[in-house]
Each structure stands twice: as structure tokens, then as C-alpha cells.
Design a protein around this ligand. Structure first.
Ligand code: MG
Length: 172
């Protein structure tokens, strides 16, 4: 299922490397020597989880059915196609991925949603296909990987945050 998931993301224009880019952006400020390989490993673990690939598949299936015109309800189809701001089901589906990985994943998901780094902006600007669910899924996968990486670097992060606090205190 994991490989099918990766293939499906690729088919919709998202490479694993694009997701790693976002996770690196999120975690590099905290973990100095973070390697792409480590993020890759974490991402592979995440994509191997049943709840995760079900969410990825479901979201992308909705985008595809909107593109193909097979989504059964015209009104909802229009809402998804236009990425109507108050729809929100796309974000909620993606939350289900973040929920598994705790609060770091959830806060990073919100941050990525606002910032729209890298591939997320590209997906957002792409008018050739419906990406209403895809952008949130990509953000959630990157955020989940950030959280998983953070938890495996607990000690370093604690020291980094403490160091910053001391720096700020000194400046005051
Ligand atoms: Mg969306």
C-alpha cells in the first residue's frame, strides 16, 4: 500500500522529495544536523500506517472524481472544485493523519497551511487538476514527519529551545 501511495502522489504531481523539503524547512531550525535520509525514513514509516494511506487514498480519490466529473453531487463537486474556503472537509481529513502524531504535527500542519511552502504553493496555483484534498494531505504528511523526527531528537530540541530562551533573556 505504501508504494501505491507514493505512486498515486507522484501521479498527482508530488514527489517524496517535495514532502521532505517541507519537513526539512520545519525541523532544520531545531535540529542542526538533520539529514534528508532521516526524514525519508520517517516518511516511509508514516506512509506504511493503515490510517495514513487510507486518508491519502480517500482524499486523492475525491480530487480525481471531481476532475473526472464522477462525483455524484454537482453542488458539492463545485464547492470542492473551487476550493471554497468554508468547506474545510479537506483539512479535517488531513488532520486525521496529524492526530496520530500529536500536537507537534497539528501545529506544524496549521503553520504549513498558512505559509504554503514549496510544492504546496505549486499545487495551489495549479489549475489543470483539482488539488483541494491533495495540498492538505501533503502538508499533513510533512507535518507528521516533522513531529516524528522531533520526537526522536527530544534532547537536542530541549537544549536548543532552552538556549534560545536564555538568549532572549539576555537581550532584555
Ligand atoms: Mg485544501
Amino acid at each position: 500500500m505504501r508504494d501505491k501511495c507514493i505512486a498515486l502522489l507522484k501521479q498527482r504531481g508530488v514527489e517524496i522529495d517535495d514532502i521532505i523539503d517541507i519537513t526539512m524547512l520545519l525541523q532544520q531550525p531545531y535540529i542542526e544536523n538533520l539529514k534528508r535520509e532521516e526524514v525519508h525514513e520517517n516518511l516511509m514509516e508514516i506512509l506504511s500506517k493503515r490510517e495514513v494511506y487510507h486518508a491519502v487514498y480517500t482524499g486523492i480519490a475525491i480530487d480525481i472524481s471531481v476532475d473526472e466529473g464522477t462525483f455524484f453531487d454537482e453542488k458539492i463537486r463545485g464547492i470542492i472544485k473551487d476550493d471554497y474556503g468554508l468547506y474545510g472537509v479537506d483539512e479535517v481529513l488531513a488532520y486525521s493523519i496529524c492526530n496520530i502524531y500529536g500536537s507537534i504535527a497539528l501545529t506544524n500542519f496549521g503553520y504549513v497551511d498558512k505559509l504554503k511552502p514549496g510544492i504546496i504553493q505549486v499545487i495551489n496555483d495549479d489549475l489543470t487538476q483539482c488539488n483541494t484534498f491533495l495540498d492538505d494531505i501533503v502538508g499533513a504528511l510533512a507535518a507528521a514527519a516533522a513531529s516524528r523526527v522531533a520526537h526522536s531528537h527530544r534532547k537536542e530540541i530541549k537544549e536548543e529551545v532552552l538556549g534560545r530562551k536564555k538568549e532572549r533573556a539576555k537581550r532584555r
